[in-house]
Write a protein that binds this ligand. Sequence first.
Ligand SMILES: Nc1ncnc2c1ncn2[C@@H]1O[C@H](COP(=O)(O)OP(=O)(O)OP(=O)(O)O)[C@@H](O)[C@H]1O
Length: 283
Amino acid sequence: MTADRLPDAAPDVVAPLLDVRGLTKVFEARRARRAEPVVAVDQVSFQVERGETFGLIGESGSGKTTAIRCLLRLVEPTSGAVTFGGDDVLALSGPELRTLRARMQVLFQDPYSSLDSRMSVRDIVAEPLTAHRRMSRQQRRHAAEEMLRLVGIDPVFGGRRAHTFSGGQRQRIALARALILNPELVVLDEPVSALDVSVQAQIINMLREMQARLSLTYVVVLHDLAVARYFCDRVAVMRRGRVVETGPAIEVIDNPQHPYTQELLAAVPGRHGGEEETVHAPG
Ligand SMILES: Nc1ncnc2c1ncn2[C@@H]1O[C@H](COP(=O)(O)OP(=O)(O)OP(=O)(O)O)[C@@H](O)[C@H]1O
């Protein structure tokens, strides 16, 4: 059968929510303070289905953060294509880019620096509504309190400032803010690595609960492979800007095919010890 006689795509074939093709980011030598330009992300391709948790793993400097910053248009990629819900992400500008930013939110690693210490947590959570939704002050306050409740913060404490909360509680507040505009995709940049190990499992479980309740899709950067195995449906392993292996998280981590992934796993201290139990502990 020749290519032009292939039947049309079956109607039940659903396009991925996020489609990344040949994504490349080169930092010029001067900007990278190096003698040579740095190819931080090199021809990276992956697809993320709706409702999925897709992990980017790999050692420090492998290009994970730069890749997600390109998706969010926080960094302009050098080349490649990114499609999100059918929209060409790299072609958007002005109001369209603003709308995209509402649909694609980000949760950063450090809940200590990501929340404004001068504002009440209720106002922090409500703030994106001011820019993106026509709502009365009362409606914004109500929506913020509902979202705080959903992530496990009693709205009675909504008037308090972020620094009066623990790290785990702050990450819940940061998530409430990321979810207030009802995004389809949330990019999680090392969401638990700044937290005490005892709190990490609670936050991962809360993220999973929110995903199920709000039909979220996650792209998550992780360096902890035990967390990745527990949290992600699929992972891509990055090395020197390239994806060297992609597959179901459990398969890639339990039975890595690429020598680099094998090395990465071999380097994890106590891999067969207690770490996974910590992650599996109920929240
Ligand atoms: N703004 C920048 N300017 C110049 N070079 C950069 C910039 N950001 C990252 N790089 C370089 O790009 C490469 C990839 O870095 P990146 O932070 O994306 O890796 P990573 O896998 O996320 O590492 P980490 O886990 O340590 O954050 C590194 O060599 C880094 O030095």
